[in-house]
Design a protein around this ligand. Structure first.
Ligand code: PAZ
Length: 345
């Protein structure tokens, strides 16, 4: 028996009056997102496949042998080259203290760490002796024609050396460099995609200070900008906005991972508002807010449930050189525990 047909209308016939309605505004062709367009129009760094291989091996090693959680810690500032054969670039203040210090506390707490850092910025462990007002030779002394560690620094140095050796021997730390914002974006994408297999056991701790503006490759001069090219003695540079990659990270590259972004401001009055709007926009798990002026003494954890939890060092802790990351990382790990728990059912 054939099913009853509606006699009142037919979907196959266009409606005569509106079949061609010229008054309807033109339907725009689907646009590719700013993020995708960025990757279509900018070349990846030539060494990216090697990084991908190293990172995959690192992740596989821990999946098979240690079952450790893996933290991707980004650290330091990105450069924005003004020329393709780069003589000049725009940079920012970040030395990588937050990233390098945090990486040490993640390692101490049993995480394996992928340290995606600005080349020549601070590194875990060596940070205690590099970029310091003390020359590294001050840590040494001469005795009976031999070089020794200055006894004044020996105890502290032994502690750092042991932790460093632990991280090395357990293959728990991998160092991945970047310099330009383009290298950072491509490497972040690649590493994130590799980490996809870790699901909720991956933690993204995005402490790098990434430039918001850049010069697209299409309009970057090949050679050094000549002073004769200036107009009335002024050099005018037109920068484009770096696309916001956090939504891609949350929705595609690192789906299931716990993602923490940082928000740096210089105006106390807008810090919480800006951190909250980042959470609303990207739907990740935590924004850590900090002010340029006080970033080593206090930070605020801005959470999706509306909580703003401050972590501060007191006067004694500041005098005793306590690092704020020693309080931040256990608090971050607590949030990660809850994230893994909520994803395991
Ligand atoms: O590198 P550092 O320790 O001097 O500074 C750390 C920091 C302020 C760059 C970091 O805590 C941070 O807030 N990063 C994100 C910056 C931003 O894109 O808003």
């Amino acid at each position: 028996m054939t099913p009853p047909q509606s006699k009142n209308f037919h979907t196959a016939n266009p409606e005569a009056e509106s079949a061609i309605d010229r008054s309807i505004p033109e339907f725009e062709a689907a646009k590719i997102s700013d993020e995708d367009e960025y990757f279509q129009n900018h070349k990846p760094p030539s060494y990216l496949p090697e990084i991908e291989k190293e990172v995959q091996e690192f992740i596989e090693y821990h999946r098979k042998n240690t079952q450790k959680r893996i933290a991707l810690v980004t650290s330091g500032g990105t450069t924005v080259p003004l020329e393709n054969n780069t003589v000049r670039f725009i940079d920012n203040f970040s030395a990588g203290t937050r990233g390098a210090t945090s990486a040490e506390y993640f390692l101490e707490n049993g995480y394996a760490v992928i340290f995606l850092h600005r080349e020549f910025s601070l590194l875990p462990y060596s940070r205690h002796y590099s970029h310091s007002t003390n020359c590294f030779l001050d840590f040494m002394t001469e005795k009976n024609d031999k070089i020794e560690i200055n006894p004044k620094f020996a105890d502290e140095m032994l502690k750092v050396l042991r932790k460093y050796n632990d991280a090395k021997e357990s293959n728990s730390l991998i160092l991945i460099p970047f310099t330009t914002v383009n290298q950072y974006l491509y490497t972040l994408k690649t590493v994130s995609e590799c980490l996809h297999v870790m699901s909720s056991k991956a933690l993204f701790y995005l402490a790098a200070a990434v430039s918001d503006f850049f010069i697209p490759q299409s309009r970057m001069p090949t050679h050094k900008i000549q002073s004769s090219a200036t107009k009335d003695g002024e050099l005018v540079i037109r920068l484009a906005q770096v696309p916001k990659f956090l939504s891609r990270l949350v929705e595609n590259w690192a789906q299931g991972a716990m993602i923490i972004s940082f928000k740096l401001e210089t105006d106390n009055n807008i810090l919480i508002k800006k951190a909250t709007s980042a959470l609303d926009r990207y739907h990740h798990q935590l924004v850590i807010g900090n002010l340029l002026q006080t970033r080593k003494k206090e930070v605020v954890f801005v959470k999706p449930n509306g909580d703003n939890d401050w972590i501060k060092l007191n006067e004694d802790e500041i005098k005793g050189n306590v690092e704020i990351e020693s309080k931040m990382i256990p608090a971050v790990i607590k949030v990660h525990d809850e994230w893994i728990q909520s994803n395991s059912s």
